[in-house]
Design a protein around this ligand. Structure first.
Ligand SMILES: Cc1ncc(COP(=O)(O)O)c(C=O)c1O
Length: 352
């Protein structure tokens, strides 16, 4: 089997889940496992969280919700953060007892047509100007007319990872005002991972961490003591001696200065290894840092291993404990979310 592997530490996942529970006080932790658990592999992640007593999960849509229901069985709540897109999603929500988050009256109508009489959340906008009801009271009334139980309101912070940004306090105040008018029993949810790290006093009833579960610190300077869940690794297929003046990989973008050893490694952009790492990334073998040279190919990348004792058949890692995915993201001027969700299905997710 092709040795391109995302090794998943369930021990670290459990640790992170408990850190988040503790940080969130009495609020319930709704584990955000959309997009294949941020690329980590839902079929490993969700059962492990369940074993840790997590009973509330969020995915993006009904398709992901059905997959999760089939994995975990009946006694978990599965929230669809993107609500329902059409009648088919509404039908699945009834059949698999899913809990959509609604923003529009047409979504409530879709649900009613399919005989949905269970619970939903309302998404309210408090300043991010992404999805959110324009008139949540009207939507709430409509749901009640349809016998749909409105279990709570949720909103999302635009700048949670920048705690000093004034929008955080503005959004919090707007949300607090909405919450103060809620009937008894209705729940409120505002915070994602960065929100939990930065303003845990605003946990309300339910928090919705994604990133932090996977051991990625949402804020550099406010560590929560999380542990990385994914180690991305691959195997050295061959070690080549390359002579001065020769070039490496497509486009001959790297010219060899002095004779060197080059490791050919079984991971490329077809696996989700960013092509932007060409000539600027690195991989790690024990304490050795092996610079990435030449262009990343679809199935391979190339490393300068002149100063390392690494042998063909050994593994290197691209991110994990030794070099976090956040560091790689920073080097690439992106965010860790894009890197882990970019890991392709052909990369094997296996228990560490
Ligand atoms: C509505 C909502 N809640 C919670 C989350 C989880 O955010 P994070 O991964 O930053 O914790 C997301 C992520 O995209 C989201 O869209």
């Amino acid at each position: 089997m092709r040795p391109a592997i995302a090794s998943i530490s369930l021990e670290n996942l459990a640790h992170n889940y408990h850190v988040l529970c503790e940080k969130s006080g009495n609020a319930e932790v709704m584990a955000v496992v959309k997009a294949n658990a941020y690329g980590h592999g839902i079929s490993l992640i969700a059962p492990c969280l369940y074993e840790q007593a997590c009973r509330s999960f969020a995915v993006t849509d009904a398709k992901e919700g059905v997959q999760l229901r089939q994995l975990l069985g009946k006694d978990v709540q599965i929230t669809l953060l993107s609500g329902v897109f059409d009648g088919e999603d509404a039908k699945l929500s009834v059949q698999y007892h899913l809990t959509p988050v609604l923003t529009e009256i047409w979504q409530a109508e879709c649900l009613q047509k399919e005989g949905f009489e269970s619970s939903i959340w309302l998404k309210v906008d408090t300043g991010m100007n992404r999805l959110g009801c324009m008139d949540w009271q009207a939507l709430k009334q409509k749901c009640e007319q349809f016998n749909i139980d409105v279990m709570g309101i949720m909103s999302h912070l635009a700048c949670a990872d920048t705690p000093d940004h004034p929008l955080n306090q503005q959004q919090l105040q707007i949300f607090q005002t909405m919450v103060s008018g809620l009937p008894q029993g209705m729940r409120a949810s505002l915070l994602n991972s960065a929100g939990i790290a930065a303003m845990s006093e605003a946990c309300f009833d339910v928090v919705r961490p994604g990133l932090a579960l996977y051991g990625i610190e949402p804020m550099e300077n406010k560590s929560m003591g999380l542990k990385p869940v994914m180690t991305l690794k691959a195997r050295v297929m061959q070690i080549r001696d390359v002579l001065q003046g020769e070039s490496i990989s497509y486009g001959a973008s790297y010219i060899v200065d002095a004779a060197m050893k080059v490791a050919v490694v079984s991971m490329g952009y077809g696996d989700g290894l960013p092509r932007d790492l060409s000539n600027q990334g690195a991989a790690f073998h024990g304490q050795d840092k092996l610079p990435m040279i030449g262009r990343v190919c679809m199935d391979y990348c190339l490393l300068d291993c002149s100063d390392s004792g690494i042998q063909a058949g050994e593994e290197v890692m691209f991110w994990g404990e030794r070099h976090t995915v956040s560091c790689v993201a920073q080097e690439l001027n992106t965010i860790p979310y894009t890197l882990t969700t970019g890991i392709q299905p052909r990369v094997k997710r296996e228990k560490a």
